[in-house]
Ligand binder design. Structure first.
Ligand SMILES: Nc1ncnc2c1ncn2[C@@H]1O[C@H](COP(=O)(O)OP(=O)(O)OP(=O)(O)O)[C@@H](O)[C@H]1O
Length: 327
């Protein structure tokens, strides 16, 4: 039913909020595509627009004071402007979401078993026994050994890592074709983070789920994602296969982002520093929004640059990379 096209197709999405300070243009012609079975990262600093992109994918943008342009298609269906009833059918069954803090997503008053079987029964025709068997299978897939104890536990009785595994199981409970994971492991310590991410990747691979992983942490995308999009102040500035982008970052923002990380990620010559804050989304400069922070900005940067191909699916949007220019 989902057809042969991308599972997620965001095309020139623009998004603005009315704020007391004026109209905040938080996304500027943002395009992202994720194929079935692909794991794609959206990476950028705090405030760059990652979470609002996730919100748009779930059809959860606030109506009043918020205007959108462009298109957000999931499994071929346009979500912008879709009625709440249809959106509710899609959420949970076809698109699932994993958030940063599992305590907020789990009901503290219900046992894990009840919550998991409840989700399965709401979205499928499974009876109680079938739903329970499926819940146990999902927990076992998440490499939870003491499934009985976890099924009987209340959320507060589990560790952070275990709660996040339960949430991942819950996200996969109804066999979604699309999964949006917003900073899913930020609250966990580093070793647990790696385990949980591996489990998330294995679940998605096994089921052919398209995953959009939202994070500010390039270490996370490095291990997990097939491709990445780099977002700065609501604009995608670079995209491509993860290894190519990390090894050959071309946009000054990506290079600065990598340079701010431990040594082994750092490109040899960072050409910008991220000490200066990102531009405000209220009355942002026209063109490239990185220009005010960029040591190498040129007059052309006041217009938005097109994409320059760097290699096999790797592209960056920067005037300095345009053919005929000295890089
Ligand atoms: N409801 C809203 N009204 C006005 N502005 C908003 C609203 N929601 C988000 N914004 C603004 O949109 C921009 C992008 O926010 P968003 O939360 O998507 O960033 P982010 O990249 O997810 O950041 P973080 O990593 O800190 O979560 C920010 O400037 C934020 O202030």
């Amino acid at each position: 039913m989902s057809g042969a096209g991308p599972a997620i197709a965001i095309d020139r999405l623009s998004l603005a909020f009315d704020t007391p300070a004026g109209r905040a243009e938080v996304l500027d012609a943002l395009s992202i595509a994720v194929a079935p079975g692909e794991i794609v990262g959206l990476i950028g600093e705090s405030g760059s627009g990652k979470s609002v992109t996730a919100t748009a994918l779930l059809g959860l943008l606030p109506g009043r004071g918020c205007s959108t342009g462009g298109s957000v298609r999931v499994l071929g269906e346009e979500l912008l402007g879709l009625g709440e009833r249809r959106l509710e059918e899609i959420r949970g069954a076809r698109i699932a979401m994993i958030f940063q803090e599992p305590m907020n997503a789990l009901n503290p008053l219900l046992r894990i078993g009840g919550q998991l079987t409840g989700v399965i029964r709401r979205h499928t025709s499974a009876n109680r026994a079938e739903a329970e068997a499926r819940a146990r299978e999902l927990l076992a897939d998440m490499q939870i050994r003491d499934v009985d104890r976890v099924m009987r536990a209340y959320p507060f009785m589990l560790s952070g890592g275990m709660r996040q595994r339960v949430l991942i199981a819950m996200a996969f409970a109804c066999g979604p074709e699309v999964l949006v994971a917003d900073e899913p492991t930020t609250a966990l310590d580093v070793t647990v983070q790696a385990q949980v991410l591996r489990l998330l990747r294995d679940m998605a691979r096994k089921r052919g789920t398209a995953v959009l992983l939202i994070t500010h942490d390039i270490g996370v995308v490095r291990h997990l994602c097939d491709r990445i999009y780099v977002i700065h102040a609501g604009q995608i500035v670079e995209q491509g296969p993860t290894a190519a982008v990390i090894a050959g970052a071309a946009h000054p923002y990506t290079r600065a982002l990598l340079a701010s990380l431990p040594e082994r990620f750092a490109p040899r010559e960072p050409i910008a520093s991220l000490d200066a804050p990102a531009v405000s989304p209220v009355a942002p400069p026209p063109g490239c929004r990185f220009a005010p922070r960029c040591a190498e900005a040129v007059a052309d940067c006041s217009a938005r640059p097109g994409w320059t191909g760097i290699g096999d699916g790797h592209q960056a949007a920067c005037w300095r990379l345009q053919p005929g220019r000295e890089a």
